[in-house]
Unconditional design. Structure first.
Length: 480
């Protein structure tokens, strides 16, 4: 149907309005000449062939560049699409007998033909590709939200060896999705995931996200045998032989199925998803510092800020160091210890923050101040949430050591971006998030667990270069 839609009957030549309804051969045959199809006249019943010389009108007289001579052109104003230079009179057209072809097709004629045919040929070529690859798959995030999960390595040298996501068959018969093409019952095909990404040779993109990116690199998973249905199926793809580096940019995920589909035994179906770039977010216990009235205090230095004793008699002339405004009340808090298990999870922006012992990305038994964890994820939402549940938080900045059990924290995040984008003017731009360094840790984003987060914003700028540098600690990563 791409080349012959069986619509042209000789009386309805395709024009600029109806042309899209006809096949490519119908459109071409009804509207244009070739060297051996210049019919002198159109028949009446049926009205074939078209185009015909007797349906043309005198057109422009123009100089033909190769010879410098002036030529009379004939113009087609009806019977299909209009063509100014439909045909040219030959050099001897006025002296040759009627049974000899008197007209020619020259560069000006072919230029007008091309103006109609090239855009249509491109469109039909695209449709032809769509026909042979008309199978369609849809990708969705897994139940855990993150597609890829891996531990962080210094220098951003880690890699994703597995991706997990959901796939379903959404193929339609032709262009009509209401006529589905399903995988026959009891049959299966081969499914493979392919990730296209770019790198920056010798450059850590967490440190220099603006670095020039390479040509696309492709990583392919091991194939697996599946029976795809109209319902999503969660699958785990093995990239062990072609790992995807965490130091990657411009990531696009494609899934390819080959096998039975509809009436074909060796059909191809594809689906794609534009993923955001790897996020390697440090999650920091920053309670070794507190802020009061815009002043940063190193509260884990017990020499200068010993724990506040609520039973010590108040002396306005010699208040406790944590009573900054000398009113008998504790003003500085922390450091806090996180104990009895910490479970961290990246979640959809709209999901309830419910990390637990059975639902986590990264877990560790405990963490104290000036320590951080870090792991890398791949996900597909422009904004998402990082949450963690702490079994017990103990404030060591008070002699009573106040304790807070089962504390759940959650922070919204903007996804990491480092990709090439096509601008409206046709130019390509490099879009990326700028990185920063916080207490020795370079990142595009960071999570700070603070004793008093509301007022710490006044001191946030001053805390970037506070000492000591943060220390990364290890934990347990969930199954990839």
């Amino acid at each position: 149907r791409l080349w012959d839609a069986d619509r042209y009957d000789g009386t309805n030549p395709p024009d600029t309005v109806t042309g899209a309804l006809f096949g490519l051969s119908e459109f071409t045959s009804a509207n244009f000449f070739s060297d051996d199809t210049m019919a002198p006249r159109a028949f009446v019943n049926p009205e074939l062939p078209l185009p015909a010389l007797d349906r043309l009108v005198p057109g422009p007289i123009e100089v033909y560049p190769p010879t410098g001579s002036r030529r009379q052109y004939l113009t087609k104003t009806g019977d299909g699409v209009p063509v100014t230079h439909m045909v040219a009179e030959g050099l001897f057209s006025r002296v040759t007998p009627p049974f000899v072809t008197r007209h020619v097709l020259d560069d000006l004629v072919f230029g007008d033909y091309a103006a109609h045919l090239l855009p249509r040929a491109i469109g039909y070529a695209s449709a032809l590709i769509d026909y042979f690859f008309r199978g369609r798959l849809e990708i969705a995030p897994p139940d855990r939200h993150v597609y890829g999960l891996t531990g962080f390595q210094e220098g951003n040298a880690g890699a994703f060896t597995r991706l997990r996501f959901k796939v379903r068959n959404v193929s339609g018969l032709g262009s009509d999705p209401t006529l589905p093409e399903d995988v026959p019952a009891g049959q299966a095909g081969e499914l493979r995931a392919v990730v296209r990404y770019r790198t920056a040779a010798g450059v850590n993109l967490l440190v220099r996200p603006e670095a020039d990116l390479s040509a696309p690199v492709v990583a392919a998973s091991a194939p697996q045998t599946v029976t795809l249905t109209r319902d999503f199926t969660e699958l785990n793809f093995d990239f062990s032989n072609s790992p995807i580096p965490t130091n990657a940019a411009d990531i696009f995920l494609t899934v390819v199925y080959r096998g039975p589909l509809g009436l074909e035994q060796d059909a191809v179906a594809v689906g794609g998803k534009d993923l955001f770039e790897p996020d390697s977010i440090p999650i920091v216990n920053a309670t070794d510092y507190d802020c009061f009235n815009g002043s940063l205090a190193h509260v884990s230095d017990f020499t200068h800020f010993p724990p506040f004793d609520p039973f010590l008699p108040f002396d306005s002339s010699n208040p406790q160091p944590r009573d900054v405004n000398a009113d008998g009340q504790q003003d500085l808090f922390g450091p806090d210890d996180e104990l009895d298990g910490i479970f961290t999870k990246a979640l959809s922006f709209f999901a309830a923050p419910t990390p637990s012992e059975s639902r986590f990305d990264f877990a560790l038994p405990q963490r104290t101040s000036a320590q951080y964890i870090r792991y890398s994820v791949l996900q597909d939402e422009p904004f998402y949430t990082v949450a963690w549940r702490i079994g017990r938080v103990v404030d060591r900045g008070n002699t009573l050591t106040p304790t807070f059990p089962n504390l759940v924290m959650s922070i919204p995040f903007a996804a990491n971006i480092n990709r090439l984008i096509l601008l409206p003017d046709g130019n390509v731009a490099h879009q990326f998030r700028t990185s920063f360094t916080y207490r020795g840790v370079t990142a595009t984003d960071i999570v700070l667990f603070l004793a008093k987060p509301g007022r710490f914003t006044q001191c946030l700028g001053a805390s970037f270069n506070a000492s000591p540098n943060l220390i990364r600690i290890d934990g347990t990563l969930a199954a990839p």
